[in-house]
Write a protein that binds this ligand. Structure first.
Ligand code: LIP
Length: 263
């Protein structure tokens, strides 16, 4: 089963990431900007994940944040973020995850997001619901999101890109949004933000310009928890705006995000 393989490999990668945490600051490179960091542990995690997945399923494709890319012949493609929340990992802030999703013919059918720092594992299968289990691998809890009564009672998470001009614009949007919702949180991992909406720990999340590996598994967890996924009007989710919101406020929240991002 694709989910079982994703979970097994995510756990092995999480052990590697946890072990590498102490040495993380010793080998840091930058990508799109001085704040867009990647560590040797990110790369080692992606190598391990790719090796394990393709050893088990050699005909599958794979897309990874740190460059792993392979066209398969099976119709299955793995979408991998070896550490989502790399800056949190670098600073030892307990919100960084291994995220592994399996697509069949371009549709995500299974996803696993494992918070390396806390051991919480979020999983989902298409049509099978979404669950979270704790570090002790105790019984899983079904995820069903939250039901805020209004936007004024909606706790919102978001994230920011790495380019200065992008961040200036995104900061201006948050300043306009803040007075109209309960409060804002910025956790630093899209995968865990999406799982937090699924778990009802936040009521809505939005972020521009995510990569497929940031949201592939977390979006399935959110959708299977009954969370509404949307993009800007007339645009698909995450192209370029990713919105995930509790059903009770999804319509006004999408409208508010669209109002603040006139295009
Ligand atoms: C992160 C995303 C997060 C975003 C960060 C960063 P990474 O992914 O998960 O939502 O706000 O800027 O892109 O780079 O840590 O894998």
């Amino acid at each position: 089963m694709l989910l079982d393989l994703a979970v097994d490999v995510a756990r092995e990668a999480a052990d590697l990431v946890a072990t590498g945490r102490a040495s993380a600051s010793g080998a840091v490179d930058v990508k799109s900007s001085p704040t867009d960091v990647v560590t040797a542990v990110d790369k080692a995690s992606e190598r391990l994940i790719a090796e394990r997945l393709l050893a088990a399923r050699p005909d599958d494709g794979l897309l990874g944040e740190e460059g792993a890319s392979r066209t398969g012949t099976s119709g299955v493609r793995w979408v991998v973020d070896p550490i989502d929340g790399t800056v949190n990992f670098l600073y030892d802030l307990p919100a960084y995850a291994v995220s592994i999703a399996a697509e069949v013919d371009g549709v995500v059918v299974a996803g696993a997001v494992l918070n390396v720092a806390t051991g919480e594992l979020f999983t989902a299968t298409a049509g099978g619901g979404a669950d979270v289990s704790g570090p002790s691998r105790s019984g899983a809890r079904r995820l069903t999101g939250s039901r805020p009564a209004s936007l004024q009672q909606t706790l919102v998470a978001t994230g920011f890109g790495y380019r200065v001009e992008q961040r200036r614009t995104q900061g201006a949007v948050v300043a306009q949004l803040l007075p109209r919702v309960r409060d804002i949180r910025r956790f630093g991992s899209a995968a865990l933000d999406l799982c937090a909406v699924a778990a009802g720990r936040i009521d809505a999340y939005y972020e521009l310009d995510l990569n497929p590996w940031d949201h592939a598994a977390g979006a399935l967890v959110a959708a299977e928890a009954g969370i509404v996924l949307a993009g800007l009007p007339g645009r698909p989710f995450a192209e370029p705006m990713a919105i995930a919101a509790a059903p009770s406020i999804a319509a006004p929240f999408v409208e508010l995000v669209a109002e603040l991002h006139p295009g």
